[in-house]
Design a protein around this ligand. Structure first.
Ligand SMILES: NC(=O)c1ccc[n+]([C@@H]2O[C@H](COP(=O)([O-])OP(=O)(O)OC[C@H]3O[C@@H](n4cnc5c(N)ncnc54)[C@H](O)[C@@H]3O)[C@@H](O)[C@H]2O)c1
Length: 405
């Protein structure tokens, strides 16, 4: 959608094709289904000629086709390319000579060449000869007020040099800086490196958070001190675990590829182990906090503040709030949550009670866990009114009632 918006703004005639008819209907009637676009943006796009459809025949009339479908993991934590394959098969059925096809979905190196290209060539057309093929990773950071599609450099790798040039020319029409690389594999790997780098560095500070607590060191302060170094250090913060559909998922695409070589990608697997342990560590800290005040989790009112995986957005995918809530429920907690971005929240079969008013919710809770720091939260109020507070984001001032992770 951000790409559709920028391309429409640049004067291209853009069609959004989706298999989800509800999304198509919503877009066609001017309603946005994502955080980064408002209804007004969709209205403006429609006014400039944007069309949403579920009719794959539009592919035959398209000069450039950009594939942005999901790439999740299957039940065994292996890459699930079914959406990519479904989309590419549709393109193959409709492919006409001269078309540019770009895959943007995050995936393991080799997907464009080994999976997408043969499916497209089933059309009888040949990549690099009859049509152009490229990979360009999606780099959207939802909720980021500074960097959007237009001003985030776009990495592009073509199947052939001519494919790369065609894709660079396409993106240059609505992205300020396009970064060509020599092939599709390098572009695929660039995206996985970016996300694996975040995953590993978050795991590093998460592991440090656990032992710093035992050592009696304020890690949050140490991180701020380290971050004053103007070179060679980038700040990462601990938290209740990693969420979203990228950071917890994408490194598995890379470890899957490496495992096929016969050995593990140890950094990724270790980072996964540490990050996945954080929700249970948060629960252990809640238990300890209550215990220090002669209370048990069983029967206590536990308030979760913020249940999305990122601040100030509504996206709940892979949020660590779910394993935190599940473990607290198992221990017999009476759970409630406050989140201005989430209207209803279920964990398994259990509907968690939603509190509208922060002050009332804080007053009713035996312990409050700040899981996500939405801008809408009055942090001063949390500090003052929370009977006991565990702050997993390091934004509250500690006292005898308030603990940071
Ligand atoms: N959203 C982000 O912030 C972000 C950032 C970087 C990378 N990515 C990557 O981009 C890709 C897409 O992510 P997303 O969050 O937009 O996914 P999403 O879950 O929002 O899915 C995008 C759309 O694809 C549609 N779709 C599924 N199969 C289809 C098919 N065969 N034909 C047509 N449409 C189909 C879905 O109905 C959905 O509307 C993923 O690989 C993701 O890892 C996303």
């Amino acid at each position: 959608m951000p790409l559709a918006k920028e391309a429409t703004n640049a004067g291209l005639r853009v069609v959004g094709l989706d298999v989800d008819q509800r999304k198509v209907n919503a877009l066609a009637s001017g309603r946005s289904h994502i955080d980064d676009l408002g209804d007004a943006d969709v209205e403006a796009m429609l006014a400039s000629g944007f069309i949403a459809t579920s009719d794959e025949e539009v592919l035959a009339r398209s000069a450039a086709i950009v594939v942005c479908v999901p790439t999740p993991l299957d039940e065994d934590h292996r890459p699930d390319l079914s959406a990519v394959e479904g989309a590419v098969k549709a393109i193959s059925r409709q492919l006409t000579p001269g078309t540019l096809v770009v895959l943007e979905s995050t995936t393991y190196p080799g997907t464009t060449d080994d999976v997408v290209r043969p499916l497209l060539e089933n059309s009888g057309l040949v990549a690099g000869v009859d049509f152009h093929l490229a990979f360009s990773p999606e780099r959207i950071d939802p909720g980021n007020p500074k960097f959007g599609l237009r001003n985030t450099p776009k990495v592009v790798g073509g199947y052939t040099a001519a494919c790369g040039e065609r894709a660079v020319a396409f993106y240059s029409r609505f992205v300020e800086q396009v970064v060509p690389v020599s092939g599709t594999r390098e572009a695929e790997m660039a995206k996985l490196l970016e996300n694996t780098y975040r995953h590993v560095n978050i795991a590093l500070v998460n592991e440090m958070a656990i032992f710093c607590d035992e050592l009696g060191v304020d890690l949050w302060e140490a991180i701020e001190a380290a971050a004053t170094k103007p070179f060679g250090f980038q700040k990462f913060l601990p938290g209740p675990g990693v969420g979203g559909h990228c950071i917890p998922v994408d490194p598995s695409y890379l470890s899957y590829t490496v495992r096929k070589l016969g050995y593990p990608f140890r950094f990724v697997e270790l980072a996964q182990e540490i990050n996945e342990r954080m929700p249970s560590y948060v629960v252990a800290r809640v238990q300890r906090l209550l215990n220090r005040h002669r209370k048990a989790v069983n029967g206590s009112r536990v308030l979760l503040l913020g249940v999305t995986y990122k601040p100030d957005i509504a996206d709940e995918r892979e949020t660590p709030a779910v394993p935190v809530a599940r473990a607290l429920l198992e221990l017999g907690a009476d759970l409630a949550f406050v989140d201005p971005h989430v209207k209803g929240w279920k964990v398994g079969d259990v509907t968690i009670s939603r509190e509208e008013d922060l002050a009332t919710a804080l007053d009713a809770a035996d312990v409050t866990v700040l899981l996500q720091q939405h801008a809408a939260f009055d942090l001063g109020m949390v500090e003052e009114r929370g009977a006991l507070v565990l702050d997993t984001r390091g934004v509250l001032v500690e006292n005898e009632r308030v603990e940071r992770l």
